[in-house]
Design a protein around this ligand. Structure first.
Ligand SMILES: C[S@@+](CC[C@H](N)C(=O)[O-])C[C@H]1O[C@@H](n2cnc3c(N)ncnc32)[C@H](O)[C@@H]1O
Length: 274
């Protein structure tokens, strides 16, 4: 459980620069591309044409595009106006605006502009729930409130052990102990960082879902093998068959019990309990 105080101002400022980098993030190298595939897999697996989806923290729209391809009716939201503008622009340029009913500035901790039981699914990919720190229950109870009965919350958060595993050497003096203490990555636990977020343990994430009225259907990792062996990915990427085998394995491994905390991110699929 996070002890750090949530600051909407800080996270808005953090995400109000360099939107093109955010748009490129999941295609910038093969490791990130695997993440895109794994995250997309869970959208395709759980969502179908015609569902109404609130996308929270949509950013410039990597996954808005996927939701459009599935045929969902999407309300795009983000705490940053600049990210919303970028999403509008990408939607127009790449032809996915027809599926979007509106773009609204929304903080996941207060979904007050939406009535109860409004959406079939809430998608919060890329960490909005990792940015709310001590307001996690507030954010989850808001997601729960706006979902229809049996509606799905599909989210990804930053994962503690997978991130330490992937970036162990990058921690100051290779000592992630302060971050591991309760999962908060802040200027205090990682001097010099301006990227403040909470890294979850899997049981903590599961318990938060249950506490806020959800049944957890799936917990999955993004990524598993590919975040450990980044050096061989560029070569694999050049061979379509080997690349496809890796993606298939990553997807299979992602929700294997022993792998759930192996990635830098954890994906959770949770159903609003009736
Ligand atoms: C890493 S980006 C992810 C963008 C996109 N969902 C993806 O996965 O590619 C995180 C996004 O969440 C937004 N965000 C952060 N905190 C938020 C909050 N409390 N409420 C709503 N959006 C938030 C940021 O502005 C940013 O656009």
């Amino acid at each position: 459980m996070s002890s750090f105080k949530y600051s909407a101002e800080h996270v808005t400022a953090y995400y109000s620069i360099d939107v093109e980098r955010e748009w490129q993030r999941l295609i910038q190298n093969p490791e990130q591309e695997v993440k895109l595939h794994v995250h997309n897999h869970y959208l395709y697996e759980h969502l179908t044409k015609g569902l109404s989806v609130l996308e929270v923290g949509a950013g410039p729209g990597r996954f808005t595009q996927t939701l459009h391809e599935i045929g969902c009716n999407i309300l795009v939201s983000d705490i940053s106006e600049i990210q919303l503008d970028a999403n509008r622009q990408k939607a127009k340029e790449l032809g996915f605006s027809a599926s979007i009913s509106d773009w609204q500035k929304v903080d996941v901790t207060d979904l007050g502009q939406f009535t109860d039981n409004s959406f079939d699914a809430v998608v919060a990919y890329g960490g909005p729930l990792s940015y709310v720190f001590d307001h996690l229950d507030q954010a989850l109870s808001e997601c729960h409130r706006v979902l229809k009965m049996d509606g799905l919350l599909i989210a990804s958060v930053m994962s503690l052990w997978g991130t330490l595993h992937r970036y162990f050497a990058s921690f100051p003096e290779s000592d992630p102990t302060p971050v591991a203490a309760n999962g908060d990555l802040t200027a205090e636990t990682y001097p010099g960082t301006t990227h403040f977020c909470h890294l979850f343990r899997s049981e903590e994430l599961r318990e938060a879902m249950i506490r806020n009225g959800f049944d957890v259907i799936t917990l999955a990792a993004s990524n598993t093998m590919s975040s450990t062996h980044t050096e061989i990915l560029a070569t694999l990427r050049e061979n379509p068959e080997q690349w496809q085998s890796l993606i298939d394995m990553e997807i299979e491994a992602s929700d294997s019990t022993g792998m759930v905390e192996a990635g830098t991110h954890m994906i959770v699929i949770a159903r609003k309990r009736s």
